[in-house]
Design a protein around this ligand. Structure first.
Ligand SMILES: [Zn+2]
Length: 188
Protein backbone atom coordinates (compact mmCIF):
# COMPACT_ATOMS: atom_id res chain seq x y z
CA UNK A 1 0.00 0.00 0.00
CA UNK A 2 1.47 3.40 -0.93
CA UNK A 3 2.30 5.48 2.11
CA UNK A 4 0.32 8.53 1.03
CA UNK A 5 -2.87 6.49 1.23
CA UNK A 6 -2.51 6.24 4.97
CA UNK A 7 -4.47 8.75 6.95
CA UNK A 8 -2.85 10.92 9.57
CA UNK A 9 -4.20 8.91 12.46
CA UNK A 10 -2.81 5.75 10.95
CA UNK A 11 -6.29 4.37 10.37
CA UNK A 12 -6.66 2.01 7.45
CA UNK A 13 -7.82 3.87 4.32
CA UNK A 14 -10.26 1.03 3.82
CA UNK A 15 -12.32 2.18 6.78
CA UNK A 16 -13.52 5.33 5.05
CA UNK A 17 -14.22 3.38 1.86
CA UNK A 18 -16.39 0.91 3.75
CA UNK A 19 -18.06 3.79 5.52
CA UNK A 20 -19.02 5.30 2.15
CA UNK A 21 -20.22 1.92 0.96
CA UNK A 22 -22.43 1.31 3.98
CA UNK A 23 -23.85 4.82 3.82
CA UNK A 24 -24.61 4.46 0.13
CA UNK A 25 -25.92 0.90 -0.01
CA UNK A 26 -26.95 -0.24 3.46
CA UNK A 27 -28.40 2.79 5.23
CA UNK A 28 -31.92 1.31 5.47
CA UNK A 29 -30.74 -2.16 6.54
CA UNK A 30 -28.54 -0.63 9.19
CA UNK A 31 -31.40 1.44 10.58
CA UNK A 32 -33.55 -1.68 10.70
CA UNK A 33 -30.75 -3.60 12.39
CA UNK A 34 -30.44 -0.91 15.03
CA UNK A 35 -34.04 -1.60 16.02
CA UNK A 36 -33.51 -5.32 16.54
CA UNK A 37 -29.98 -5.05 17.91
CA UNK A 38 -28.57 -6.88 19.88
CA UNK A 39 -31.07 -9.73 19.30
CA UNK A 40 -29.96 -9.63 15.71
CA UNK A 41 -26.32 -8.72 15.50
CA UNK A 42 -25.15 -9.33 11.93
CA UNK A 43 -25.31 -7.17 8.87
CA UNK A 44 -25.64 -9.49 5.87
CA UNK A 45 -23.81 -7.75 3.10
CA UNK A 46 -24.09 -8.62 -0.57
CA UNK A 47 -20.61 -8.98 -2.01
CA UNK A 48 -21.91 -8.12 -5.48
CA UNK A 49 -23.07 -4.72 -4.27
CA UNK A 50 -19.62 -4.10 -2.88
CA UNK A 51 -18.13 -5.13 -6.21
CA UNK A 52 -20.36 -2.66 -8.04
CA UNK A 53 -19.48 0.04 -5.57
CA UNK A 54 -15.70 -0.42 -5.59
CA UNK A 55 -14.13 -3.36 -7.39
CA UNK A 56 -10.70 -2.77 -5.85
CA UNK A 57 -12.13 -2.80 -2.37
CA UNK A 58 -14.02 -6.00 -3.17
CA UNK A 59 -10.88 -7.68 -4.53
CA UNK A 60 -8.87 -6.61 -1.52
CA UNK A 61 -11.52 -8.14 0.73
CA UNK A 62 -11.14 -11.53 -0.99
CA UNK A 63 -7.35 -11.35 -0.81
CA UNK A 64 -6.76 -9.97 2.67
CA UNK A 65 -9.89 -10.65 4.68
CA UNK A 66 -8.14 -10.17 8.01
CA UNK A 67 -7.32 -6.54 7.35
CA UNK A 68 -10.42 -5.75 5.33
CA UNK A 69 -12.97 -7.33 7.64
CA UNK A 70 -11.44 -5.39 10.48
CA UNK A 71 -11.81 -2.21 8.43
CA UNK A 72 -15.44 -3.05 7.59
CA UNK A 73 -16.05 -3.69 11.25
CA UNK A 74 -14.45 -0.37 12.25
CA UNK A 75 -16.53 1.41 9.61
CA UNK A 76 -19.85 0.06 10.77
CA UNK A 77 -19.06 1.08 14.32
CA UNK A 78 -18.49 4.63 13.08
CA UNK A 79 -21.84 4.91 11.37
CA UNK A 80 -24.05 7.36 13.13
CA UNK A 81 -27.32 5.79 14.03
CA UNK A 82 -30.14 6.98 16.23
CA UNK A 83 -29.43 4.29 18.80
CA UNK A 84 -30.80 5.68 22.00
CA UNK A 85 -31.35 2.37 23.70
CA UNK A 86 -28.02 0.73 22.96
CA UNK A 87 -24.70 1.44 24.51
CA UNK A 88 -22.63 0.35 21.57
CA UNK A 89 -23.73 -0.61 18.07
CA UNK A 90 -21.17 -3.07 16.77
CA UNK A 91 -22.81 -5.70 14.57
CA UNK A 92 -20.76 -8.31 12.70
CA UNK A 93 -20.34 -7.67 9.01
CA UNK A 94 -20.99 -10.84 7.00
CA UNK A 95 -20.60 -11.15 3.26
CA UNK A 96 -22.60 -13.44 0.99
CA UNK A 97 -22.72 -13.92 -2.79
CA UNK A 98 -18.96 -14.37 -3.11
CA UNK A 99 -17.57 -15.20 -6.57
CA UNK A 100 -17.82 -18.91 -7.43
CA UNK A 101 -14.12 -19.67 -6.90
CA UNK A 102 -14.48 -18.36 -3.36
CA UNK A 103 -17.32 -20.72 -2.56
CA UNK A 104 -15.60 -24.12 -2.66
CA UNK A 105 -17.12 -27.35 -1.49
CA UNK A 106 -15.94 -28.34 1.98
CA UNK A 107 -13.94 -31.26 0.52
CA UNK A 108 -12.18 -28.96 -1.97
CA UNK A 109 -10.84 -26.53 0.59
CA UNK A 110 -7.06 -26.51 0.27
CA UNK A 111 -3.85 -24.58 0.66
CA UNK A 112 -4.74 -22.01 -1.99
CA UNK A 113 -7.61 -20.85 0.21
CA UNK A 114 -5.36 -20.17 3.19
CA UNK A 115 -5.71 -16.58 4.32
CA UNK A 116 -8.39 -15.84 1.69
CA UNK A 117 -12.04 -15.11 2.17
CA UNK A 118 -14.24 -18.09 1.36
CA UNK A 119 -17.80 -19.08 2.03
CA UNK A 120 -18.81 -22.69 2.54
CA UNK A 121 -22.13 -24.39 2.85
CA UNK A 122 -22.44 -27.23 5.27
CA UNK A 123 -24.31 -28.81 8.12
CA UNK A 124 -23.06 -27.77 11.52
CA UNK A 125 -22.13 -30.89 13.47
CA UNK A 126 -20.63 -29.45 16.58
CA UNK A 127 -19.97 -26.10 18.18
CA UNK A 128 -17.62 -25.67 21.08
CA UNK A 129 -18.29 -23.11 23.75
CA UNK A 130 -16.51 -19.80 23.41
CA UNK A 131 -12.99 -20.12 24.80
CA UNK A 132 -10.34 -17.49 25.31
CA UNK A 133 -7.51 -17.83 22.85
CA UNK A 134 -4.11 -16.36 23.51
CA UNK A 135 -3.15 -13.62 21.05
CA UNK A 136 -0.25 -11.89 22.77
CA UNK A 137 1.47 -13.76 25.56
CA UNK A 138 3.47 -12.06 28.28
CA UNK A 139 6.11 -14.34 29.78
CA UNK A 140 7.94 -13.70 33.03
CA UNK A 141 11.34 -15.20 33.75
CA UNK A 142 11.27 -17.26 36.94
CA UNK A 143 14.78 -16.24 37.83
CA UNK A 144 15.07 -12.49 37.25
CA UNK A 145 11.45 -11.46 36.69
CA UNK A 146 12.05 -9.94 33.24
CA UNK A 147 8.94 -10.01 31.05
CA UNK A 148 8.69 -10.65 27.32
CA UNK A 149 5.80 -10.06 24.91
CA UNK A 150 5.27 -12.74 22.27
CA UNK A 151 2.51 -12.53 19.64
CA UNK A 152 0.84 -15.91 19.20
CA UNK A 153 -0.30 -16.77 15.72
CA UNK A 154 -0.30 -20.54 15.57
CA UNK A 155 -1.35 -23.56 17.59
CA UNK A 156 2.16 -23.87 18.98
CA UNK A 157 2.69 -21.79 22.10
CA UNK A 158 5.56 -19.35 21.54
CA UNK A 159 7.98 -18.58 24.35
CA UNK A 160 11.25 -16.63 24.28
CA UNK A 161 14.15 -19.05 23.78
CA UNK A 162 16.28 -17.49 26.51
CA UNK A 163 16.01 -14.70 29.00
CA UNK A 164 18.67 -12.00 29.18
CA UNK A 165 19.79 -13.70 32.38
CA UNK A 166 20.39 -16.85 30.28
CA UNK A 167 17.75 -18.94 32.02
CA UNK A 168 14.87 -20.37 30.10
CA UNK A 169 12.09 -20.92 32.59
CA UNK A 170 9.07 -18.74 32.00
CA UNK A 171 5.63 -18.34 33.49
CA UNK A 172 2.69 -16.95 31.55
CA UNK A 173 1.32 -13.72 33.02
CA UNK A 174 -2.38 -13.93 32.07
CA UNK A 175 -3.29 -10.48 33.47
CA UNK A 176 -0.90 -8.84 31.03
CA UNK A 177 -1.55 -11.14 28.07
CA UNK A 178 -4.16 -10.50 25.40
CA UNK A 179 -6.91 -13.00 24.71
CA UNK A 180 -9.60 -13.15 22.05
CA UNK A 181 -12.84 -15.13 22.07
CA UNK A 182 -12.50 -18.27 20.02
CA UNK A 183 -14.95 -20.94 18.99
CA UNK A 184 -14.59 -24.06 16.87
CA UNK A 185 -17.36 -25.13 14.54
CA UNK A 186 -17.32 -28.53 12.91
CA UNK A 187 -19.24 -28.76 9.65
CA UNK A 188 -19.71 -31.40 7.03
ZN1 LIG B 1 15.69 -14.00 33.50
Amino acid sequence: MPLQEKTVEGESPYVSKFLQFFEASYRKEIERLVESYPDKRSLDTDFRLLEQFDIELADALLDSPDVLLEAAQAAIEQIEVPALEIERFAPHVRFFNLPKQHEPLVRDIGAKHLGKLIAVEGVVRQITTVMPKLRVAVWRCRHCGNTYKKPQDSQQLKMPSFCECRHRDFDLVPEQSEFIDSQKIQIQ
